[in-house]
Design a protein around this ligand. Structure first.
Ligand code: GLN
Length: 430
C-alpha cells in the first residue's frame, strides 16, 4: 500500500470512529482510498500530493452528494466538479467527503443544518460557528489536512475562529465560483481552512485563477509566503466586542508587533456600523433569486416546502424587498453603502499595510441556544467579518489564544489582491 493510500485510510478509520459523536461529515467518499492509491503509483506527483480534503456541502464534487445541508437537495448527487475541485484533483489532492454546514450557508452557528449541528471539537457542547461549520470542525478534529468552505459574510472566518484553525476569505474574484451553489453571488468566495498558514497558502495558490465560467474572476498574484519587514498595521476600533476577546487579540497583536518592530496606527471605517444592515438586503435579494431554480421540477423538492426557518425567512424577505414598488429602495441603497465602505477601506489601505481586529465579537454559544436567539442577535455575530465581503478585500482568521478555554481568532485584512501579503503577515501570528 502506498503512503497516500495509507494516510487516507487512517483518516477514514478515524472519521468512522468519531464522526457519529461530532456530526462533521455528512458523507464520506467511498473511493478516496482507491483514488489515493492510483496517485501513489504516478511518476510525477502534483503539488497537493498527500493532501486529504473535506469539502463543504455546497460545492459540487462529481458523484458525491452536494445537499447544502438541506432537505431540498437531500439526495442531490453532483454531476460535475466545481472549478476548485478540478484544480485540487489536477494537483493530486484527494477528496475524502462532504461536510456539514448551515443550510444553504445561511447562518453563523451550524445549527440551521437540516442534519443537525456539528460539534466544536475544540469546545465540546458549543457551536463550531458557521456557516462552514464542518469545514472548520473537520480540521480541528484531525479528520483531514485541509477543507474548502465558502464565505459570504464570514462563513469561513467565523468557524475558523471558534474552532481554532486558519480560515481564509480570498479577495473577491480570485477564486472561481463555478460549481458553488450560491448564497449571494456578489459576495460569495470559496476559500481554504487549514491547520497552518503555509498549508492554507498552498491550497489558495492552487484554487485561484481566472475562469471563463465565472466572469467575476480576475488574474491574481502567486500566493507565496515572504518576510514582510517593518509594516504599518491599522488597528480598527469597534464597539460591542466582548472585553476578554479584545484583550486576547490586543495582547497577541502587541506581542507580535513589538517583536518585529511593526508600527501600529488606529484607523477608522466610518460606515462600518452599517455593514450588517447593508449585507442582509443584498444577501436576501440575491439568495431569493438564486433559489428560484429549486421549484420542484428539476431538483426534487420545492425549496419553500422543504427548507428550514432561516432559509424561508431569507426567501420571503428577498421576495418582498425585490418587488417592483420597492425598486431602488433596499437593494439599490445597500449597493450604494457597499461602495462607500469599499472606498473607505481603499483609503485606509493607502496608509497601512493591513488592518487587524478580532474575527467574532462573542464566544460560541452552547448548541441549542441559537433557537432561543432573535435573528438580529445572531446576525450581529457577523459584524466584524461582513465588512471584508462588502469591500471585496481579503481577510484571514488566525488563532490568537483562548478565552475560558475557547479558541478566539484574530483577523488580518489586506487590500483587494494582496492575499499573499496578508498570509505572509498572518504567519507572524502563528
Ligand atoms: N452568517 C452570515 C449569513 O448568515 C454569513 C454566511 C456566509 O458567509 N455564508 O448570511
Amino acid at each position: 500500500m502506498g503512503e497516500f493510500e495509507k494516510k487516507v485510510k487512517r483518516y477514514l478509520d478515524k472519521i468512522r470512529k468519531e464522526n457519529k459523536k461530532l456530526n462533521i461529515f455528512l458523507h464520506v467518499n467511498e473511493s478516496a482510498v482507491r483514488d489515493a492509491g492510483e496517485i501513489d503509483k504516478k511518476q510525477n506527483k502534483g503539488r497537493l500530493y498527500g493532501f486529504v480534503f473535506g469539502v463543504k456541502s455546497n460545492i459540487n464534487v462529481k458523484g458525491l452528494i452536494a445537499n447544502c445541508s438541506s432537505k431540498t437537495l437531500e439526495n442531490y448527487q453532483a454531476t460535475y466538479d466545481a472549478a476548485v475541485i478540478e484544480k485540487i484533483k489536477a494537483e493530486d489532492g484527494v477528496i475524502i467527503g462532504m461536510l456539514n454546514c448551515d443550510e444553504f450557508a445561511s447562518g453563523s452557528s451550524g445549527e440551521t443544518s437540516a442534519f443537525g449541528a456539528c460539534q466544536n471539537p475544540s469546545a465540546l457542547g458549543r457551536i463550531p460557528g458557521g456557516s462552514s461549520s464542518g469545514s472548520a470542525a473537520a480540521v480541528a478534529a484531525g479528520f483531514c489536512d485541509a477543507t474548502l468552505g465558502s464565505d459570504t459574510g464570514g462563513s469561513i472566518r467565523n468557524p475558523a475562529s471558534h474552532c481554532g484553525v486558519i480560515g481564509v476569505k480570498p479577495s473577491y474574484g480570485m477564486v472561481s465560483r463555478y460549481g458553488l451553489i450560491d448564497l449571494s453571488m456578489s459576495l460569495d468566495q470559496i476559500g481554504p481552512l487549514a491547520k497552518n498558514v503555509e498549508d492554507a497558502a498552498l491550497v489558495l495558490d492552487v484554487i485561484r485563477g481566472k475562469d471563463t465560467r465565472d466572469t467575476t474572476t480576475t488574474d491574481s498574484k502567486q500566493v507565496k509566503l515572504d518576510r514582510v519587514g517593518k509594516i504599518k498595521v491599522g488597528v480598527l476600533q469597534i464597539n460591542g466586542i466582548d472585553k476578554k476577546i479584545n484583550s486576547v487579540v490586543d495582547k497577541k497583536l502587541l506581542e507580535v508587533a513589538r517583536k518585529n518592530g511593526w508600527n501600529l496606527k488606529n484607523v477608522e471605517i466610518n460606515h462600518i456600523d452599517l455593514a450588517v444592515q447593508t449585507y442582509y438586503p443584498l444577501c436576501y435579494s440575491e439568495f431569493f433569486s438564486a433559489t428560484r431554480r429549486f421549484d420542484g421540477r428539476r431538483y426534487g423538492k420545492k425549496i419553500e416546502d422543504s427548507c428550514g426557518e432561516e432559509v424561508l425567512r431569507r426567501i420571503l424577505g428577498g421576495c418582498e424587498i425585490t418587488k417592483a414598488e420597492f425598486a431602488g429602495a433596499y437593494y439599490q441603497k445597500a449597493l450604494e453603502v457597499k461602495e462607500i465602505i469599499k472606498g473607505e477601506f481603499e483609503k485606509v489601505f493607502k496608509e497601512v499595510d493591513c488592518v487587524v481586529l478580532p474575527t467574532v465579537p462573542g464566544l460560541p454559544w452552547k448548541i441549542g441556544e441559537g433557537a432561543k436567539m432573535k435573528p438580529e442577535e445572531i446576525y450581529a455575530y457577523d459584524a466584524l467579518t461582513i465588512p471584508a465581503n462588502l469591500a471585496e478585500i481579503c481577510a484571514v482568521s488566525v488563532p490568537a489564544g483562548l478565552v475560558d478555554k475557547i479558541p478566539v481568532g484574530l483577523q488580518v485584512m489586506c487590500a483587494k489582491g494582496e492575499d499573499a501579503k496578508m498570509l505572509s503577515i498572518a504567519k507572524y501570528f502563528e
